[in-house]
Ligand binder design. Structure first.
Ligand SMILES: [Zn+2]
Length: 732
């Protein structure tokens, strides 16, 4: 697969000299270079040195729910134990609370043998748990919490796997070790009549030192006590640890079995008494780790595998502000972005390497799938969720997490402008967010405002038909009417007549528009999906009337994948039609802007434009998290970028010079793509970010923000300059 940087090679297939539209005074720049833009895709990301300044990530690392589930398949302590060379054969039974299983695994981790297991051994762990203090009844002192004790059997077995030390089976003991009951303790009193067990119990002995039956016979009193407990206290089914203290020694027996008509069938395991001196202390916070913490910890303690980075992850902040069920999934996404993989292979061609470089010094606007809760706790509200988070990978490798919103899974068409409403829907209609709306609500009364708004709508949305004005017409009723039409019709090609933009209805129309291109390269032309055109509407809504006026006359076409003509640039039309020369399929190309039939610029969008649809979003919540929610799906940036090329072509010489002076001699790697070819791609990348994430551009690249802000507000000649400044980012 071609790397994006290879796209800098001189364009050979450009249909030359067909841009005659005098409106594009500087269109000649476009003729020499067709503007071909690869998808913002991790696999096409060139390897660059560490970013000197913060970048906006448009590449994305697809972290699927399956990937998160894979991480969640083992807990923090299971992963730690595995890392130390031991596989876990089983944890039985799983009905124990997570906290107790964590306590057992943490204890095992801190008492793991250092060498390979050569012989099966079983040990008994008695783990003191921190007491969980109950609530005190009203007006009373809280009852003193009893220190809980957890008992478990740990079986270490040898393994044949070369790089492993052993296999662990963990059995948690249901019955709490009670020691001896009162009745059985009477055995220590001299002169008492001996207890005679009944005949017929079925007993299997395990783990006794030396000959089991010999020990069983020689330690008669221990045997008698066991049967006393079984016959007098054991329930029909039992799993119990008995600690028997006699004279100066203590022995523990683990009894599991069933009892029927007073006769037991049971397994008896012997353990030398647990030595209280050797009970490992539980590490503080043993229960505070989620499944993603192991990988995060590793990245914080081990240098990155990419030798050109070899650095460590810093602190993660903001996680505590997220809902507990979201934290682990979001941390998985953080380590998936941060960690390099120098050995990664090309998913499309596994014979080729495609090293992945970890994300550094970037803002990532990520869509994160949240794992469903266990089936018993699942509700409609907490399943199949995705949240939007902004991840800021800082220069010192700390990561800030900001929660932006939750993706609306209902696919609601209504846009929610209310920032308190956490549901985000990308498919939306809102006249109130359209650039220029506030400026065109002039007047003191409602009817003056309505008239001012309607006058503007005649030019902003000339094809929208509104019902006649009556005494009941309000700004809101006008908005409702326009919003309804945006929602209903912005997915149709004809809608873009509002902007003077021609959208091909189908492949045949697209082919007509692109007839200057070799036939063979026009395979699989098609129509836009409605959802794609709705994104185009969102992009255009953010642009001023002035900016939109620069887009009049362009065409939008849609093709499955780009075919790059490799024949001679001066090939005869007949040769192009016959396609005797080769062409190359470029599956990573997301968009291309070139001159079409009439000389007007034609943007072609390819399937690759949708590559980050489920991975990234653009926009945010405004500075400090207090601003209004304003987010769009990732392909919005591809559309805005291509429109940026069109706007560049429309600039007056003076404006072009201004931009050239602004960027001259400066490194402005605002995105990896801008960095890969600043000459051609910085302008459209900055243009796109000015509209899709103005907060970010304003904060990080203020000079670029100012340039595009002035450009967006620029009045066409002859009209008076606006006096009203555009609201600060985050407030519009
Ligand atoms: Zn471009």
């Amino acid at each position: 697969m071609k790397r994006a940087v290879s796209l800098q090679s001189p364009e050979s297939a450009a249909p030359a000299g067909r841009l005659y539209d005098s409106r594009f005074k500087t269109g000649i720049d476009l003729i020499s270079q067709v503007l071909r833009d690869p998808a913002r895709q991790a696999i096409s990301k060139p390897l660059l040195f560490r970013q000197p300044a913060e970048q906006y990530d448009t590449a994305g690392v697809p972290v699927t729910e399956a990937k998160i589930r894979e991480s969640a398949s083992a807990s923090y302590w299971e992963k730690k134990i595995k890392d130390a060379g031991f596989s876990i054969n089983g944890i039985e039974p799983r009905v124990f609370p997570e906290r107790e299983i964590n306590a057992a695994l943490a204890t095992i981790f801190y008492s793991l043998p250092t060498s390979r297991i050569t012989q099966e051994t079983t040990t008994l762990l008695t783990i003191p748990l921190e007491p969980q203090v109950g609530k005190a009844p009203h007006g009373k002192k809280a009852p003193k919490a009893e220190k809980e004790v957890l008992n478990c059997e740990v079986v270490f077995q040898p393994t044949v796997t070369p790089n492993q030390k052993g296999v662990i089976t963990l059995r948690l003991v249901m019955g709490v070790a009670t020691g001896l009951s009162q009745s059985s303790s009477t055995f220590t009193e001299p002169g008492r009549k001996e207890y005679i067990p009944r005949q017929g119990h079925h007993v299997t002995l395990h783990g006794f030192p030396g000959d089991a039956s010999k020990y069983w016979d020689e330690h008669h009193e221990e045997q008698v006590r066991i049967f006393h407990w079984v016959e007098n206290e054991a329930p029909a089914k039992f799993d119990q640890l008995l600690t028997i203290k006699l004279h100066d020694r203590t022995t523990a027996y683990h009894l599991t079995g069933t009892k029927s008509n007073g006769i037991a069938t049971m397994d008896v395991s012997y353990f030398a008494a647990p030595d209280p001196e050797h009970v490992p202390k539980l590490p503080k916070g043993y229960d505070s780790h989620d499944f993603s913490d192991k990988e995060i910890e590793d990245l914080q303690s081990t240098p990155d595998p990419d030798p050109s980075l070899a650095d460590k992850l810093g602190k993660i902040s903001g996680i505590d502000k997220l809902a507990p069920e979201e934290r682990a999934s979001i941390k998985v996404v953080i380590w998936q972005y941060f960690k390099s993989n120098p050995d990664a292979v090309d998913p499309k061609d596994p014979s080729k390497k495609k090293p992945k470089k970890g994300t550094r010094n970037k803002e990532v606007d990520a869509i994160v799938p949240i794992l469903n809760p266990p089936s018993g706790m699942a509700t409609k509200a907490n399943t199949n969720r995705s949240v939007l988070v902004t991840l800021r990978f800082k220069p010192n490798n700390d990561v800030d997490v900001e929660w932006i919103g939750e993706l609306n899974k209902e696919g609601n068409l209504e846009r929610t402008d209310n920032q308190l409403n956490k549901t985000v829907s990308f498919t939306r209609g809102s006249l109130a967010r359209v650039n220029g709306f506030a400026d065109h609500l002039q007047g003191a009364t409602e009817s003056e405002k309505v008239n001012s708004l309607l006058a503007w709508l005649k030019t902003r949305y000339p094809n929208v038909t509104l019902s006649p004005v009556t005494s009941t017409t309000t700004v809101k009723s006008v908005c409702d009417e326009v919003n309804k039409q945006i929602i209903e019709h912005s997915g149709e090609p004809v809608w873009f007549g509002n902007y003077g933009i021609a959208v091909s209805e189908n492949g045949a129309e697209a082919e007509k528009q692109l007839r200057t291109i070799p036939n063979a390269c026009l395979q699989n032309l098609k129509s836009f999906e409605a959802s794609e055109l709705q994104i185009v509407e969102l992009v255009l809504e953010k642009m001023s009337d002035e900016t939109l006026s620069r887009l009049k006359g362009i065409h939008l076409t849609r093709q499955q994948v780009h075919f790059q003509w490799k024949g001679a640039i001066d090939a005869k039309d007949s040769e192009k039609k016959a396609c005797k020369r080769p062409f190359e399929e470029q599956p990573n190309l997301a968009g291309i802007t070139r001159s079409g039939k009439t000389g007007n610029l034609t943007i072609t969008i390819f399937d690759a434009a949708n590559v980050n649809l489920e991975t990234l979003f653009v926009g945010g919540r405004g500075a400090g998290g207090t601003g209004k929610l304003d987010v769009e799906p990732a392909p919005a940036q591809i559309f805005a970028h291509e429109l940026g090329h069109v706007v560049f072509a429309s600039l007056e010489k003076e404006e072009k010079d201004k931009f050239a002076a602004l960027v001259k001699g400066k490194k402005m790697p605002i995105t990896w793509y801008a960095e890969s070819d600043p000459q051609k791609e910085l302008f459209p990348e900055a243009f796109a970010l000015y509209y899709s994430d103005p907060q970010w551009l304003h904060a990080k690249w203020g000079a670029l923000y100012d340039f595009f802000d002035k450009l967006d507000k620029k009045m066409p000649p002859g009209k008076p300059a606006k006096t009203k400044p555009r609201p600060a980012p985050g407030k519009r």
